[in-house]
Design a protein around this ligand. Structure first.
Ligand code: HEM
Length: 311
């Protein structure tokens, strides 16, 4: 069964992320304010997304000011910004599938905002790390050079900064086709970020497996044949394969990188312990939720959407 057709989201547009952005000119022709649409008008839904982007930062600041942080606030802020960076990175990668599956071409307008938010949280993460070390630059540089998990984290942060700097309308115009190529770097940057996440997790890597499983879904979706990327069958298979891939990935990590018996972790996917379902369950469930949400969304008469239409 195929979902209804989407006139405004051709596969070609998905495959060339820069294409629809290149035409964009902000009021100054250089950068569009995040609360405005391409024509420079105020956009309520972009403002809402912007609010969501700054919310974790505001929440952390509030917690800190109210003294709700642990006895090591810098460490807690460092950990939290790292986790938020990963989630915003995944959200930015989810824009292409979402706009295609839900027939919402204008979602593309928030991709840059989400990517910049991920970059901002990684830079904050690095700054908090520096602050934890008393901004002792020689020591921080030495740690980044000698500790592998910090080295790959640093490469990822550097990549994020390059992508953020070149995300302006002016850069998109001046780099032309090379812009798209350059911004494909987001994929290795994501891999390095997730690898760094795993390495920071000591023994129990559950926290890192979930976003990695979702990243797997996002990458597998990009590998689907264009004819299958919006069909119920294609998305169902994707959910199951991403779930199975998450199990395989988790098993491989415990088997290769820890002394924990990987077979016991594998068995926990079928016999839930006190900790509840393993990440593979949530990845599969999210994949299935996409199918259900797409079917529901597509069957709502457009007239009923009224003010919900993304402007
Ligand atoms: C130079 C760059 C970076 C440095 C110096 C750095 C440093 C650190 C340190 C020291 C930790 C804590 C490790 C521990 O508790 O033993 C950590 C955790 C973490 N980092 Fe980074 N990191 C960098 C880049 C990144 C990037 C690019 C991302 C993701 C986009 C990231 C995401 C995370 C996450 C998710 C955690 C785990 C948080 C948690 O356990 O709650 N880091 N990082």
């Amino acid at each position: 069964m195929s979902l209804p057709s989407v006139p405004a989201t051709p596969s070609a547009a998905r495959r060339s992320p820069g294409a629809s952005v290149v035409r964009r000119t902000g009021p100054a022709g250089w950068f569009t304010a995040p609360w405005r649409d391409r024509s420079g008008r105020f956009s309520a839904w972009k403002t809402l997304v912007l609010g969501g982007c700054v919310l974790p930062g505001v929440y952390m600041t509030g917690q800190w000011c109210l003294g709700d942080f642990t006895s090591r606030p810098l460490n807690q802020a460092m950990l939290m910004t790292g986790v938020w960076a990963v989630w915003f990175l995944l959200l930015s990668l989810a824009v292409s599938p979402a706009r295609s599956i839900f027939a919402l071409p204008k979602l593309i307008q928030v991709r840059r905002m989400l990517g910049l938010t991920a970059a901002a949280y990684t830079v904050a993460h690095l700054i908090f790390y520096g602050a934890m070390e008393g901004f002792n630059l020689p020591f921080v540089v030495g740690e980044i050079i000698h500790r592998f998990y910090l080295t790959i984290g640093f490469i990822a942060v550097a990549g994020f900064v390059v992508l953020a700097i070149t995300s302006t309308d002016a850069s998109i115009r001046s780099l032309g086709k090379r812009w798209k190529l350059l911004h494909q770097l987001i994929y290795p940057i994501a891999v390095l970020s997730l690898w760094h996440f795993f390495l920071t997790q000591k023994i129990d890597v559950t926290l890192a497996v979930l976003p990695t499983g979702l990243f797997l879904w996002l990458m597998l979706w990009r590998g689907l044949p264009p004819a299958a990327e919006r069909t119920v069958a294609g998305l169902l298979v994707l959910a199951l394969v991403a779930g199975a891939g998450t199990i395989a990935l988790e098993y491989a990590w415990y088997d290769l990188a820890t002394f924990v018996p990987a077979s016991r972790v594998l068995a926990a996917n079928w016999h839930w312990g006190p900790q509840g379902p393993r990440p593979s369950f949530w990845v599969t469930l999210d994949g299935l939720a996409v199918v259900v949400a797409a079917l529901v969304w597509r069957n709502i008469p457009k007239a009923k959407l009224g003010g919900l239409a993304l402007r």
